[in-house]
Design a protein around this ligand. Structure first.
Ligand code: PEP
Length: 251
């Protein structure tokens, strides 16, 4: 069985309601039918309208960028996994480096979020990756191992099987400084080896591992052609329909 290949767009905190509608309309018009999955991870306010715009397109899926770890309750301003599911989201990004950095999301909290998301039947896109100082020190493997062990490796295999991993070196996110295809491949192969140690080779072979960090139409093909890179999590370039669709077509 071939691994699922995915290109996921992370709109971050961009696009007003109308701009979001226009972007989705343009993506829907340009996208060719294919076996690869495309996931649009939008701000909460867009989920309902994007769900309606993509409902007839089988390879287009909806995702959110975060959710709360509790199921419900007095958490003013927060959004629960059940709420996301009720408007048609299938995926949720968990542990994006911007959430770790600006909202102090710890490995322990992310482990809780992953459990909540899986418990309700949503699919986490779990982000891991090192800051520049760690890369310069050469300890990126240890850091990524720690992130995966803390948030994912406590899961039963049945649950782990539903997780998509995104390796996103923090120094490459929004900086225009993409990891080289070799750097990406090296880390993806390492992550797959860790999964193999924990859950066995078969599960490791089936796990989708995305690359994220300044992926663009002019570098996506080379990144995606690496044997352990199964697609991308795309920030800036997901905000322009032409660029995003060009990346989707890079397999
Ligand atoms: C991201 O935010 O997940 C990301 C990869 O951003 P960018 O593509 O803009 O580097």
């Amino acid at each position: 069985m071939r691994r699922t290949q995915i290109v996921a767009g992370n709109w971050k905190m961009n696009k007003t309601y109308q701009e979001g509608r226009d972007l989705v309309k343009a993506i829907v018009e340009k996208l060719q039918p294919s076996d690869n999955k495309v996931v649009l991870c939008t701000p909460f306010i867009h989920l309902n309208s994007v769900a309606a715009s993509i409902k007839d397109i089988s390879n287009l899926h909806l995702g959110a960028q975060n959710c709360h770890q509790e199921m419900r309750g007095a958490y003013t301003g927060e959004v629960s996994a059940a709420m996301l599911q009720s408007v048609g989201a299938e995926y949720v990004i968990i542990g994006h480096s911007e959430r770790r950095k600006y909202f102090s999301e710890s490995d322990e909290l992310l482990a809780q979020k992953v459990k909540t998301v899986l418990g309700i039947g949503l699919l986490p896109i779990f982000c891991c990756g090192e800051e520049l100082a760690i890369r310069e020190e050469g300890t990126q493997n240890q850091l990524v191992k720690k992130q995966l062990e803390a948030a994912l490796f406590g899961l039963e295999e049945e649950d782990f099987a539903k997780v998509v991993i995104a390796y996103e070196p923090v120094w490459a996110i929004g900086t225009g400084k993409t990891a080289t295809p070799e750097q990406a491949q090296e880390m993806h192969a390492y992550i797959r080896a860790l999964i193999s140690e924990k859950y066995g080779e078969k599960r490791a072979d089936l796990t989708t591992i995305l690359y994220g960090g300044s992926a663009k139409p002019n570098n996506a093909k080379e990144l995606f052609s690496q044997p352990d890179v199964d697609g991308g999590l795309i920030g800036g370039a997901s905000l322009k329909a032409d660029d995003f669709v060009a990346i989707v077509n890079s397999f």
